[in-house]
Design a protein around this ligand. Structure first.
Ligand code: C2E
Ligand code: CA
Ligand code: CA
Ligand code: CA
Length: 278
């Protein structure tokens, strides 16, 4: 048993070493990525649940590494957060997304663009000014910008968070509480946080058919959100049955592979030219 214990220890420390090396590697490469413009935005449509009309898109970052190919955000966003490189990256996302939405608006397509904002970015003292700047620079109307902020945010200084959210809202920008169901947020947060949309995480949506508890929770969240005059978006809709359940439950908007995967700006433009339907 002693022998086995040591092997296990060695195994884990080796794994840890590899993990740290990989993180360091990503960190170094990320610095270059900013400099050499290796990032790109893809856009996933958000649909009205009943009509399936496209109301907006979520901007999702992609990293095209010159040798490694596409590196998924789940791999590099956590490292970017640790190294604070998420600040320049997030800034780039915000400004690029606003410019793209303005361009579509000039072509006659008024789409709301949703931008993921990391907690560190949101906690920057001048974050509200940065949002204002991105709007002014692009000429995008504030009502076409939506910020998706992860639900763990209220874990930070609650009063400061609320003040800042209200400042953003007073610009005319809307707020979504992202990844709902994955963290520790309680339902009481829902009444205290000034958000416009709650976005139910795909890990919940995925289990609608196998875990009846999940479908009941989703129905409760929809009902509470509506009582508070907020809207509900479900992400990760992968099949007709899930869409049907969400339609029946009175969910407002849906997003998912069943409707559209994230698209390049070229693909998005083609879709818009066909008309704004699914
Ligand atoms: P998220 O904010 O929860 O975004 C939704 C993720 O679900 C996206 O993954 C999207 O491609 C994926 N998805 C969409 N529809 C479906 C579906 O039907 N089924 C399944 N299984 N997945 C679906 P993606 O693009 O890989 O992004 C992963 C995460 O990385 C995002 O999760 C978000 O937390 C983060 N992220 C992406 N772009 C940005 C960004 O610009 N800034 C920041 N701070 N984070 C970002
Ligand atoms: Ca999101
Ligand atoms: Ca997120
Ligand atoms: Ca999510």
């Amino acid at each position: 048993a002693k022998e086995k214990g040591r092997n296990t220890y060695e195994f884990f420390s080796k794994r840890l070493e590899e993990k740290n090396e990989r993180k360091a590697w990503i960190g170094t490469q990320l610095r270059k990525a900013i400099e050499f413009n290796e990032f790109e935005l893809h856009f996933q449509p958000k649909h009205n649940v009943q009509s399936k009309v496209i109301l907006g898109v979520e901007a999702l970052i992609r990293w095209q590494h010159p040798e490694m190919g596409i590196i998924s955000p789940d791999q590099f966003i956590p490292v970017a957060e640790e190294t604070r490189l998420i600040l320049p990256i997030g800034e780039w996302v915000l400004r690029t997304a606003c410019k793209q939405a303005k361009q579509w608006s000039n072509q006659g397509h008024s789409l709301v663009i949703s931008v993921n904002v990391s907690v560190q970015q949101f906690l920057q003292e001048d974050f509200v000014t940065r949002v204002q700047y991105a709007l002014a620079e692009s000429g995008l109307s504030p009502e076409f910008l939506n910020l998706e902020i992860t639900e763990s945010l209220p874990m930070f200084d609650f009063d400061t968070v609320i003040v800042k959210l209200n400042q953003i809202k007073s610009l005319g920008v809307t707020i979504s509480l992202d990844d709902f169901g994955t963290g520790y947020s309680s339902l009481s947060y829902l009444s205290e946080i000034p958000f416009d949309y709650v976005k139910i995480d795909k890990s919940f949506v995925k289990h609608i058919h196998t875990h009846s508890v999940h479908s009941s929770i989703i129905q409760s969240v929809i009902s509470i959100a509506h009582t508070l005059n907020r809207k509900v978006v479900a992400e990760g809709v992968e099949c007709e049955e899930t869409l049907h359940f969400l339609q029946e439950s009175g969910c407002d908007e849906v997003q998912g592979f069943y409707l559209h995967p994230p698209l390049t700006s070229v693909q998005m433009e083609k879709l818009l030219q066909l008309g704004r339907y699914s």
